[in-house]
Design a protein around this ligand. Structure first.
Ligand SMILES: [Cu+2]
Length: 323
């Protein structure tokens, strides 16, 4: 009986995958950065940082595969040729200068080769360029707050399914906090998403222009959170009392919706504070800014009133760092 039910559940899951068809578009934007059932590996890269880190991963994978093959071959050779039966009288030497130099130099050369490729990628990630767009990000238990300090507005971003995103009529229709049911699917659709995006989609998305350098200043208001978009190749802890930075530039032509999730265990609703980024063209970005300035003007500043909240433009932060 139990087996039947499991089989039915997996069949139902399978048919729902086929029935849902292509990812739902939101305002003409395709969902490009999201996990896909049954796939392995990285999400398609949308920034040069993600392209570089994925290439580095491929290169290191080739190297470690070769090393493992060599070590397994040596072990097999020892087992077959030097066991007690095949080699009853082993020789008794303990040192071999040539061999010892080889197994010291070999790994050193391999590490230098890997380092010569990995360090430039690391510096590219960690040396923060000047941003065309600066966004202040604050992790809260359990939602994200965003500020566009140069534009003078900010907003909070909640998982669709969080009480803040549900109306009385949704509850009357059967919606329950954080539970995916038919009523919740209706809520997702109201926000322009489908059931596939449950636990990924948020009410307000971070909007960034493609082909522009985006610099984020991150902090936490309560505990450590971590901001990431896998397709961008960025992940940065948001630590209370500190301001950390990350940067990315979404490739032109890669306009779309990208998802990430808080990646530092931050409490009981850690699983319910996803990240949604909408990468749009410069023109669409400017149009969004115009509407957002009005939409979010009334709202209180998103960042909490703490002395370390990064409510200052990046330029000032750089000045502080230089002093
Ligand atoms: Cu968190």
């Amino acid at each position: 009986m139990r087996k039947n039910r499991a089989a039915f559940a997996s069949f139902a899951a399978l048919t729902s995958v086929f029935a849902s068809g292509p990812a739902a578009a939101q305002e003409g934007l395709e969902i490009k950065g999201a996990p896909v059932d049954g796939l392995m590996g990285f999400q398609p890269p949308a920034t040069s940082i993600a392209t570089d880190t994925q290439a580095l991963d491929q290169m290191v994978l080739v190297i470690i595969t070769a090393i493992c093959a060599l070590v397994f071959a040596l072990i097999a050779w020892v087992i077959v040729r030097h066991n007690r039966r095949a080699n009853p009288q082993p020789r008794s030497f303990t040192h071999n200068t040539v061999l010892e130099i080889a197994w010291t130099l070999g790994p050193v050369i391999i590490l230098v080769v890997i380092g010569s490729f990995s360090l430039p990628v690391l510096f590219k990630q960690q040396v923060i360029p000047e941003g065309d767009v600066v966004i202040n990000v604050t992790g809260n238990q359990w939602y994200w707050s965003y500020e566009y300090p140069d534009e003078g507005f900010g907003f909070d971003s909640y998982l669709i399914g969080h009480p803040a995103t549900l109306e009385d009529s949704d509850y009357e229709a059967g919606a329950r906090d954080y539970v995916l049911n038919d009523a919740m699917v209706a809520v997702l659709e109201r926000y322009g998403y489908s059931r596939d995006e449950f636990l990924l989609a948020t009410d307000n998305a971070v909007v960034v222009p493609t082909g522009k350098v985006v610099v984020m200043n991150l902090t936490g208001s309560d505990v450590i959170h971590s901001w990431t978009i896998p397709a961008f190749g960025v992940k940065q802890d948001a630590v209370p009392g500190r301001t950390a930075q990350l940067w990315f530039e979404v490739d032109e032509g890669k306009e779309g919706i990208y998802f990430g999730q808080c990646s530092e265990l931050c409490g009981k609703d850690h699983a319910y504070m996803p990240i949604t980024v909408r990468a749009v063209t410069q023109e669409e970005y400017e149009a969004w800014l115009k509407g957002a300035r009005e939409q979010f003007a009334e709202a209180a500043p998103a960042a909490p009133a703490l002395p370390y909240a990064p409510s200052v433009p990046a330029a000032q932060l750089v000045q502080v760092a230089e002093k």
